[in-house]
Design a protein around this ligand. Sequence first.
Ligand SMILES: NC(=O)c1ccc[n+]([C@@H]2O[C@H](COP(=O)([O-])OP(=O)(O)OC[C@H]3O[C@@H](n4cnc5c(N)ncnc54)[C@H](OP(=O)(O)O)[C@@H]3O)[C@@H](O)[C@H]2O)c1
Length: 260
Amino acid sequence: MLNLPIQAKTAIITGGAGGIGKAISLKLAQAGVKIIIFARDKMKGKNTVEAINSGGGEAFFYHTDLSSSKEIDQSTKQVINLFGNVDILVNNAAISGYMGPVVETPLADVENVLKVNLISIFHLSKLILPKMIENRFGRIINISSVAYRQSPPNSATYNISKGGLNILTKTLSKEVASYGITVNAIAPGLVLTERILTSRLPGLAKKRGITQDEMMKELTAGTDTGKLTKEEDVAELVMFLASDVSGNITGEIINVSGGL
Ligand SMILES: NC(=O)c1ccc[n+]([C@@H]2O[C@H](COP(=O)([O-])OP(=O)(O)OC[C@H]3O[C@@H](n4cnc5c(N)ncnc54)[C@H](OP(=O)(O)O)[C@@H]3O)[C@@H](O)[C@H]2O)c1
């Protein structure tokens, strides 16, 4: 069983109330970490916080729109005032943005995607790092995507945001390694979250003129392992990167994609 270092007491998980983020929140809460969720949907936030608290954990929801630097500042300052410091930062929240060719993509959408998927992570890292440096301990785990190397068409902004996130991960890891802080990224392949099952999968199947079952078989066959990635696969890797056995792993982009 993996153990967390003694210093790993408090974690911010962006988008930690739904999808992959929820699995990460539940996993770290089980390991005894105080969970702080930055997201917008109050009902989803309340449900996840209640699920953690009723299971004996401790969780808090901070309504934070990550496209707003003012809201990021406000929530982070409140958290630092209340809890002293943040030991684990999981930058999980992201949006897909406009799905279409570059020539049709509205510039306002490009700006918004980059704000949520990349600039907010730069900003949060800037705000959280001084305390991590003071404590000589920290784990920053960024959720990227295999999109950074596949670069599929019709999602240029998303692909760019994940490529940029990987570069930020590597650059930052070198700047803070000597303070006992690791910075890594996880790049999942397709993960069957509620959003993917209810919206993306039906959309893809419709576009191809095949059933959702056929679409699912095709996507699964595209992996080497014959398995799509599960939310828990990502959460387990977050737990590993936060644990006491991974202290010498930093600046890595780790794919969880069945070889995709
Ligand atoms: N699912 C996949 O197939 C897949 C594959 C590769 C990589 N990923 C990556 O994995 C991560 C999680 O993806 P997911 O599939 O779990 O997505 P998801 O279900 O859509 O969850 C993303 C979360 O981000 C939060 N969020 C979005 N915009 C926000 C904003 N402006 N401010 C604050 N929070 C915001 C949302 O919470 P609120 O609605 O409460 O704000 C939401 O819970 C993302 O980084 C994604 O790029 C996913």
